[in-house]
Design a protein around this ligand. Structure first.
Ligand code: AMP
Length: 588
């Protein structure tokens, strides 16, 4: 759908945008300037994310400014000013130190959007331990794999999630020394072999001095999925705060009096970089809503909390579009000034719907776990071409390349030609490693470029347009899912001989996980078996990762070495002519 450009003029904007006009700035000069927006640790002791996000504001003019407003799933709220957040996170840091956890130790979190999660994330960073969020809807299998890969020494979770998903795994996680439990509604717990969050924090001092932190010290590990093999632990450093901060200011246009709401869950990278770190570093008030998506609830929050900058995702936008514009009209949103979207392709209809519903377009932006922060964006001052992801963030050089057989790349120079999106390494929030997999990390780079795995094209005016993924990973409701992880779990079922998993296009979720399964001799394909396999996958993987559909087939196409030809499966699913499929086969 071709939609006319949405022309912007700074004069029409309710507030002067932080980026008055888009212009290319040399990378080095830009990042040096961005670094100067931050304070650094007192006495030149380095750069620590939690200092920039919390302590510098807690000790300064914004001490009494509201930092975090938490809204409970069933009503109720909790407000924390920067000063209060400073004290709570110091308590958590002291508690970790008291347990013997220090610099470089990995502290994972598995929790819904509860206040303790936000405190734990920042307290962990204060202690110079490494924070790694896990999505609370994961089943035991993805949780076990990630805790083992990260050699997590501590886990913050809730009593309920622990009993349902973690307790049975403890024997297989020798590195996991400490589990800290939050009780129902923040209450106390008494579970053998665990610590109670409340008692731990009550016993801890609310003063903590962050130790020297090198910008290259590891701060965060975000797990993401590839086409093959185990999940990848993308390693990020404290210096990433420079990207988090400046992209919040320029690409999300955060101003000091904003109330900012990022709807992403901190179990995924957006919910940490922009659902915790970036707004706090910019000193604004952030909303954290514990509840799940519900259009009416969201509109009530936007209105009553006077949200001014809103960062959400295409699946949610499509669900809002489905719920109808009348529901939007039940409230007024005089404070709302900037709306952005990330995580999946935002179709022109979504951008335009924003204008119809709220009088503002959605500004699409692009980034991924590995980039740590926004790389390509529609800035407030820039004309929007609906369907385009926008232009590279200052300091980021984006190119388009074709991979060569020999491992090198050819740069695409022709306007409009499709190729793989590549970024020139050097921005502060670039991932520094995949845990324990140097070869896999090295494969992401060629001829001085980082290769993103996304296919794009660029128009004559420098706007980037998303075309699709270059690999087989699946994006379902904004969550990146590795087909291999799903196939491996299906293969654990005694009836399964072969399994191939693809993303099937879906009007709301973007894609859903669909599995093709061939059964072993002695098993009869039946509707009951399908149901049994669906249940098997759901129990082990959790609802977000498990297939929504299973099709029993005689044979799953595979190469001679046994590699599943997912592209062939996908071509058949999409009804592409068989003649086309030879080129779609997954290469050996
Ligand atoms: P994740 O690492 O889970 O954040 O997923 C990153 C991937 O999501 C990217 O590599 C893209 O495939 C997709 N993605 C993120 N933002 C956009 C966007 N604005 N348009 C299209 N795809 C996107």
């Amino acid at each position: 759908m071709a939609v006319a450009t949405i022309v912007k003029s700074n004069r029409d904007l309710p507030i002067a945008p932080n980026l008055a006009a888009y212009e290319a700035v040399p990378a080095e000069a830009f990042w040096a300037r961005a670094r100067r927006e931050l304070d650094g640790l007192p006495g030149g002791a380095g750069l620590n994310i939690a200092h920039e996000a919390v302590d510098r504001h807690a000790a300064g003019a914004r001490a009494d400014h509201l930092a975090l407003r938490w809204l409970g799933r069933h009503g109720g709220r909790r407000d924390l000013t920067f000063a209060e957040l400073g004290r709570e996170t110091s308590r958590f840091a002291n508690a970790l130190a008291g347990l013997g956890l220090g610099k470089g130790d990995l502290v994972a979190a598995l929790a819904g959007r509860i206040p303790e999660l936000y405190v734990a994330a920042l307290g962990t960073l204060k202690n110079r331990s490494v924070f790694s969020p896990l999505f609370s809807a994961f089943g035991p299998e993805p949780i076990r794999t990630r805790l083992a890969l990260g050699k997590a020494k501590a886990l913050l979770t809730t009593e309920l999630l622990y009993e349902r998903k973690v307790a049975a795994l403890r024997g297989s996680l020798p590195h996991l020394e400490h589990v800290i439990l939050v009780g129902e509604g923040g209450g106390e717990t008494n579970v053998p072999g665990t610590h109670d969050y409340r008692r731990l924090l009550e016993a801890a001092s609310d003063r903590f001095e962050i130790g020297p932190t090198d910008p290259e010290d590891v701060a965060l590990v975000h797990f993401t999925s590839g086409t093959t093999g185990t999940p990848k632990g993308a390693v990020h450093v404290h210096g990433a705060i420079v990207s988090h901060h400046i992209t919040g200011k320029l690409a999300l246009d955060l101003h000091p009096d904003d109330v900012f709401w990022c709807t992403a869950d901190p179990g995924w990278v957006t919910g940490t970089s922009y659902g915790i770190i970036s707004p706090l570093s910019n000193g604004v008030t952030m909303i954290a809503d514990e509840g799940d998506f519900e259009a009416g609830r969201w509109y009530a929050i936007l209105a009553s909390e006077r949200v001014s900058v809103w960062y959400t995702a295409p699946t949610a936008i499509r669900m809002m579009m489905k719920a109808g514009i009348e529901l939007v009209r039940e409230h007024e949103y005089p404070a709302l000034r900037f709306m952005a979207s990330v995580g999946e392709p935002l179709h022109p209809a979504g951008v335009v719907w924003g204008e119809r519903a709220f009088g503002l377009p959605f500004h699409d932006n692009w980034w991924q776990t590995e980039t740590g922060g926004i790389m390509i964006a529609n800035f407030a001052s820039m004309d929007i071409r609906p369907g385009s992801m926008g232009k590279p963030v200052y300091g980021v050089e984006a190119g388009i390349v074709h991979r060569r057989e020999n491992g090198g790349v050819d740069e695409v120079t022709a306007v409009g030609e499709q190729g793989e999106l590549a970024l020139r390494p050097g921005w502060p929030s670039m991932f520094r490693a995949y845990i324990g997999e140097p070869a896999r990390y090295a494969k992401c780079f060629a001829d001085g470029w980082y290769l993103t795995g996304d296919l794009v094209r660029c128009d004559a005016d420098g706007y980037f347009w998303f075309v699709g993924r270059a690999d087989d990973v699946i994006k379902s409701s904004g969550h990146l899912i590795g087909p291999f992880e799903v196939e491996s779990t299906l293969l654990e079922h005694p009836a399964v001989a072969q399994a191939g998993v693809i993303g099937k296009p879906d009007p709301v979720a973007g894609e859903i996980v669909k599995a093709f399964v061939a059964v072993k001799p002695g098993y009869e394909p039946s509707r009951d078996l399908e149901k049994e396999l669906l249940a098997h996958a759901r129990v082990r993987l959790g609802a977000v990762v498990a297939p929504k559909e299973i099709e029993l087939v005689e044979e799953v196409p595979a190469t001679r070495s046994g590699k599943i030809m997912r592209r062939l499966l996908k071509a058949r699913e999409l009804g592409l002519p068989e003649g086309d499929v030879s080129t779609l086969e997954t290469p050996e």
